[in-house]
Design a protein around this ligand. Structure first.
Ligand code: ARG
Length: 472
C-alpha cells in the first residue's frame, strides 16, 4: 500500500492547480532533491534577488514588493547559514523550499516566479555554482602548485633515475620530476580557467523552454549576477531551448575533475613507489600515513593510496553524467535532476584530494643519499655513452649497438659499466678513446641537458622562475 502524501497543503502550491490529489509519500521520497540541492541556496537566493530587481525595474512588480522580497530572502539566507531553516522534503527542491518559505512571510513573494521557470532557475543556479566552484578549484590548484614548486626548488641538483617501463632509463633531477607534476596540475588549472569563461553566461529569461511574453530585461539580470565580459557587457545564453537542456558544463566540469584525478593517481603511484624500502627516495610525513594493526614496523602511504582510489570516483561521476544526458530529447527532462550529485561529489572530492596531496607533499622529505646512490648507476648513462661515440663521428645506430655490446660485456664480466678497461671497450668499437669514462660524472652530464624542456640545472632554475611568476 502506498501512503497518501503527508505533505503540508502548500507543498504543490507551485504547480498543484490541475491536480485533485497530491503525490504519494513514496513519490515524494523518490522525487525530492532537497537532500542534495539545498547547498545551492545561496545561488538560488542571489538569482531570485536579481530576478525580482529586474521585475521591479521593468514595472512587473513595485519597488516596495521588490524590497519586501529582498528582505525576506536575506532573512531566509541568514536562517540557512545559521542552520535554523527547516528544509521540507515534500517541497521537492531548493527552489520551492525557499519560495514557499518566502510566501509565508512576504505576500509579494507570490509574484517572484513571474516570467521564470524552475528550468531556467536551476540552470542559473548551476552557472553561479560553477563560477564559484571554478574559483575554489583554481585557488586550491594554485596552493598545490606552490608546494610542488617549493619542494622542487630544494632539489635542482638532487638526481634520481628517471624511469620508462618502470626500468631505470636516464638520470633526471628531483626538481625536473616534480615540475612534470606542476605541468599536469598547471594544465588542470588552465582547463578550469577555460571552463569558467564558458560558465559565465546567464540562462535566466529562457523560461521553461521558449522564453516569456512578459517584458523581461535579460541583460540587467546578467549584469546583476556578474555574468559580464571583461568590459562589463552582459553575457547571455543565445538559445532558450539549449539553455534549459544543456548540461555540457556539468560534463566539462566532471571531465576536468576526472583528469585532475588521473593526475592525483599518477603522482600518488610515483610517491608510493619512492616511499617503498626498495626505492627509499623519500620519507612521508607521519600525519599522512597510517600504521598496521598487526605489523608494528609498517608506515603505510594511505593518503596516496586513497588519492589513487578516489580518482576512480571522479571518473565514475563523469561517466554518470555522459550516460545521463546522452539519450534525452530536448529540452528539460526530469532525469536532469540527477545531474547534481555527481557534480557536487566531483567538486568536494577534488578539493579534498588537492588539500591532502598538498599537505602530504609539504611534509615529504627526500633522502638525498639514497637518491644519489640510485642515480650513480652507470647504466643510466649508457645513452650518454652512445652520444659520446656520436661526437667521435660514429653513426647513432652503430653507437647504440656498440654501447649495447659494452653493457653486455660488463654484465658478462660481473663489473659495472665504467669499470671496463679501455682495451675491453675498444674491442667492441675502435672509436672509444681513453677519455671514455669522463661521461660518468652525473653533474657534468646534467649540465649537457640545458636546452628548453630538459632537466639541466639552469633550465630547471628558469622553469622555477617561470612558475614563481605564474603563481603570484
Ligand atoms: N529540481 C529540479 C532539477 O534539479 C529543478 C527543475 C525542475 N523543473 C521541472 N520542470 N520539474 O532538475
Amino acid at each position: 500500500m502506498v501512503k497518501k502524501s503527508s505533505a503540508p497543503p502548500s507543498a504543490q502550491a507551485t504547480w498543484g492547480g490541475r491536480f485533485a490529489e497530491g503525490p504519494s509519500a513514496l513519490m515524494l521520497r523518490f522525487s525530492e532533491s532537497i537532500s542534495f540541492d539545498a547547498r545551492l541556496a545561496p545561488f538560488d537566493i542571489q538569482g531570485s534577488k536579481a530576478h525580482s530587481a529586474m521585475l521591479a525595474a521593468t514595472g512587473l512588480i513595485s519597488t516596495e514588493e521588490r524590497d519586501a522580497i529582498h528582505a525576506g530572502l536575506d532573512a531566509i539566507l541568514n536562517e540557512i547559514n545559521a542552520g535554523k531553516f527547516r528544509w521540507e522534503p515534500a517541497l521537492e527542491d531548493v527552489h520551492m523550499n525557499i519560495e514557499q518559505a518566502l510566501v509565508k512571510r512576504v505576500p509579494a513573494a507570490a509574484k517572484l516566479h513571474t516570467a521564470r521557470s524552475r528550468n531556467d532557475q536551476i540552470a542559473t543556479d548551476m552557472h553561479l555554482f560553477f563560477k564559484d566552484a571554478a574559483t575554489r578549484l583554481h585557488d586550491a590548484l594554485t596552493a598545490l602548485l606552490r608546494v610542488i614548486t617549493d619542494l622542487a626548488a630544494g632539489h635542482v641538483e638532487t638526481f634520481v633515475p628517471g624511469y620508462t617501463h618502470l626500468q631505470r632509463a636516464q638520470p633526471v633531477s628531483v626538481a625536473h620530476h616534480l615540475l612534470a607534476y606542476a605541468e599536469m596540475f598547471g594544465r588542470d588549472r588552465e582547463r578550469i580557467e577555460a571552463f569558467a569563461v564558458r560558465a559565465n553566461e546567464c540562462p535566466l529569461g529562457s523560461g521553461a523552454i521558449a522564453g516569456t511574453s512578459l517584458p523581461v530585461d535579460r541583460a540587467l539580470v546578467a549584469k546583476l549576477l556578474g555574468f559580464v565580459d571583461a568590459r562589463g557587457r552582459p553575457r547571455l545564453t543565445a538559445n532558450s531551448m539549449d539553455a534549459v537542456a544543456d548540461r555540457d558544463l556539468f560534463i566539462e566540469f566532471a571531465a576536468a575533475c576526472a583528469l585532475c584525478g588521473v593526475h592525483f593517481s599518477r603522482v600518488a603511484e610515483d610517491i608510493i613507489l619512492w616511499n617503498s624500502a626498495e626505492f627509499g627516495f623519500i620519507s612521508l610525513p607521519d600525519a599522512f600515513t597510517t600504521g598496521s594493526s598487526l605489523m608494528p614496523q609498517k608506515k603505510n602511504p594511505d593518503s596516496l593510496e586513497l588519492l589513487r582510489g578516489k580518482s576512480a570516483r571522479l571518473q565514475g561521476n563523469l561517466h554518470t553524467l555522459l550516460t545521463l544526458v546522452k539519450g534525452l530529447p530536448l529540452t528539460y527532462n526530469r532525469d536532469l535532476q540527477e545531474d547534481k550529485p555527481p557534480v557536487f561529489d566531483s567538486l568536494d572530492t577534488t578539493l579534498l584530494c588537492l588539500d591532502v596531496l598538498r599537505e602530504t607533499l609539504r611534509g615529504t622529505r627526500f633522502n638525498v643519499a639514497r637518491c644519489a646512490a640510485a642515480a650513480a648507476d652507470p647504466l643510466l648513462l649508457a645513452t650518454d655513452l652512445a652520444d659520446y661515440l656520436v661526437r667521435k663521428g660514429v653513426p647513432f645506430r652503430e653507437a647504440h649497438h656498440a654501447v649495447g655490446g659494452v653493457v653486455a660485456l660488463a654484465e658478462k664480466n660481473g663489473v659495472s659499466l665504467n669499470a671496463l678497461s679501455i682495451e675491453q671497450v675498444r674491442s667492441v668499437n675502435a672509436a672509444f678513446d681513453a677519455d671514455w669514462t669522463d661521461i660518468f660524472d652525473i653533474k657534468k652530464v646534467m649540465r649537457t641537458r640545458e636546452r628548453p624542456g630538459m632537466p639541466g640545472p639552469r633550465q630547471t632554475a628558469a622553469q622555477l622562475t617561470h612558475w614563481k611568476k605564474r603563481l603570484v
